[in-house]
Design a protein around this ligand. Sequence first.
Ligand SMILES: O=P(O)(O)O[C@@H]1C[C@H](O)[C@@H](CO)O1
Ligand SMILES: Nc1nc2[nH]cnc2c(=O)[nH]1
Length: 287
Amino acid sequence: MYHMLHFCYAFEDYKETADWLLAQTELRPKVAVICGSGLGAFAELLENQTAIPYKDIPHFPQSTVQGHAGRLVFGEFDGKPCVCMQGRFHFYEGYHISKVTFPVRVFHLLGVQTLIVTNAAGGLNQDYKVGDIMFIKDHLNIPGMAGLNPLGGLNEERFGVRFPCMSDAYDKDICSIAMETAKELGYAPFIQQGVYTMVAGPSYETIAECNMLRMLGADAVGMSTIPEVILARHCGLRVFGLSLITNKVVKDYDSHEKANHEEVLRTSQHRAENLQNLVSCLVAKIG
Ligand SMILES: O=P(O)(O)O[C@@H]1C[C@H](O)[C@@H](CO)O1
Ligand SMILES: Nc1nc2[nH]cnc2c(=O)[nH]1
């Protein structure tokens, strides 16, 4: 059990990483994108790229999960500078929760104003189909309710207030722009809006857990994103989040379906192009 007052990082650590990154590129991104499982190909589309492996970046953790390449890519969409994490960090990889969210505060110090988070998630809502893209309108922070919040410990006032508000976590204006963009691209038939919930993982949910999460009001379940969103809101970033529904969770004891990461990566690959188009158009509009 980790100690609540234990900090992995001091303000100076975030600053050191941000200053190191600013010396590697002349781009000054206003938008950062975190790519979910299998969704990292998006970064390949960036023009005028500078790609930096996580292992070369001071204080950065490493990606250990299949489908997370482990590179930070700076580049442009339609002339709009952007920084993209090709691979994120998860609590179940054994990282302290402040390591999982380390890049978010670095983005803030780079001058980023908007964070776009993407993830692969299991569909809890009966009406969702595999391949749907859910714009996140709210979240249920299950590990947070059990005491695992990235803001636990002493508050760093240089980033934000002790008790940040979360009822406005997902930016309604960006969500409207994303909806408009999805319609322009002809993607409306597979767009949903819903509530994302996070479990710590790495085991997938039992049938009873899926039924409970649905009863609590969640539409999709994953193992990431919420700690990043909380840290982003704490330091004043605007947030847009989307979940790719890569599988339908099992809620029926007669079902022979089994959740598995191969299916997650297959669905991500299938929808990769649509997601790339959507996110790149969005960056071009809001960047
Ligand atoms: O990084 P994301 O949240 O997209 O990855 C999801 C959750 C687990 O890491 C993995 C399970 O298949 O996919
Ligand atoms: N927890 C969880 N994470 C996922 N990521 C992709 N699919 C799933 C799922 O069914 N459950």
